[in-house]
Design a protein around this ligand. Structure first.
Ligand code: B12
Ligand code: SF4
Ligand code: SF4
Length: 250
């Protein structure tokens, strides 16, 4: 069932990419699965927020959480290296990947319902509280529980294919064996104190070794949204991702 699901999602990415109005290109997605009853979901009420949801809040008989990472091709990421403002290519990749994740989740919900299963269709982003700047369903925490990667100093989930890409997660009542967490620390700073370059790469004094100011980061994303408004809603930045040693590998 996992192979069938993965082939279905990867094929969807390739067909989305072949549309004439799609400019973004993605490498092959990575996948990992969590048991919906994994005790880590309880812990997220402490580390994210007390209102962070449990899988069963969405689907009462939730069994698994499917998580996937859509890594951007190098040209997309490299376009955003340097300068203060985000590149158009990066802004467009954000908009297109948000649409892609929405479509993948809707497609998976459809094919799973044909087989008698229920699944969620959650957006890639914009499902957050505008004041707290936190979501009641954090895709990267779900992906962490599934063993897709670990959290970098830049807050990104760093996977085997790096952190320059976007994450989706789908809760379902289909039983899928959980992926074992590998116990590999993917951020070099957290591993052995080397690196830390994302802190100096931050263009708006939001990221520090000992804390992250999500409101300042949001300010910068809104500045880019203004600058890129001709593309649609591109509240991006990503200067602590593009050009970093963990962008393409973890
Ligand atoms: C709200 C939000 C924002 C806000 C707040 C950012 C933030 N860090 O939370 C703003 C608007 C500022 C923002 C900015 C960005 N965002 Co944003 N955002 C979200 C959103 C909607 C929710 C995130 C959330 O609720 N976080 C909750 C807080 C508490 O978690 P946190 O800040 O990540 O901090 C945790 C980790 O550091 C973690 N941690 C660290 N070490 C360890 C160890 C363990 C064991 C555990 C359990 C946890 C842990 O602990 C903290 C608390 O738990 C998600 C989509 C979603 N629904 O999941 C996208 C998302 C997180 N954003 C994403 C991206 C890419 C960005 C930007 C690069 C913008 C861009 N696209 O150019 C910047 C990066 C900012 C940064 N350095 O963190 C991606 C991340 C992809 C990835 N590889 O991780 C996501 C997942 C969207 C997606 N679908 O792909 N974002
Ligand atoms: S740039 Fe270095 S310190 Fe920052 S998240 Fe990546 S590996 Fe960790
Ligand atoms: S996304 Fe931009 S403002 Fe936010 S922490 Fe990274 S570099 Fe700083």
């Amino acid at each position: 069932m996992k192979t069938w699901l993965e082939n279905t999602i990867t094929a969807y990415v390739r067909s989305f990419e072949s549309r004439t109005d799609t400019t973004t290109r993605w490498k092959d997605p990575l996948y990992a699965y969590a048991d919906a009853k994994d005790p880590l979901f309880e812990l997220f009420k402490e580390v994210v927020s007390p209102t962070h949801c449990m899988p069963e809040d969405f689907i009462p008989d939730a069994a698994s959480v499917i998580t996937y990472f859509l890594p951007f091709k190098a040209s997309i990421v490299n376009s955003n290296v340097g300068g203060r403002l985000s590149s158009e290519v990066w802004g467009r990749a954000y908009i297109e990947t948000n649409v892609l994740i929405g479509e993948i989740n809707a497609h998976v919900a459809k094919v799973l319902s044909e087989k008698g299963y229920v699944s969620t269709n959650m957006p890639a982003t914009h499902n957050f509280d505008e004041e707290q700047l936190m979501s009641d369903w954090s895709h990267r925490h779900a992906a962490y529980a599934a063993g897709l990667g670990t959290f970098g100093l830049n807050n990104m989930l760093i996977t085997e294919a790096g952190c320059a890409g976007r994450i989706g997660s789908i809760i379902t009542n289909l039983v899928l064996p959980a992926t074992p967490r590998q116990g590999v620390e993917r951020c070099a700073y957290k591993r052995d104190g080397s690196c830390g370059v994302c802190v100096s790469a931050c263009v708006h004094n939001a990221l520090f070794f000992d804390h992250f100011d999500r409101h300042r980061c949001h300010e910068m994303c809104l500045e880019n949204a203004k600058h890129l408004k001709h593309l649609g809603v591109a509240d991006v930045c990503g200067k602590c991702v593009a050009g970093m040693p963990c962008a393409f590998k973890g």
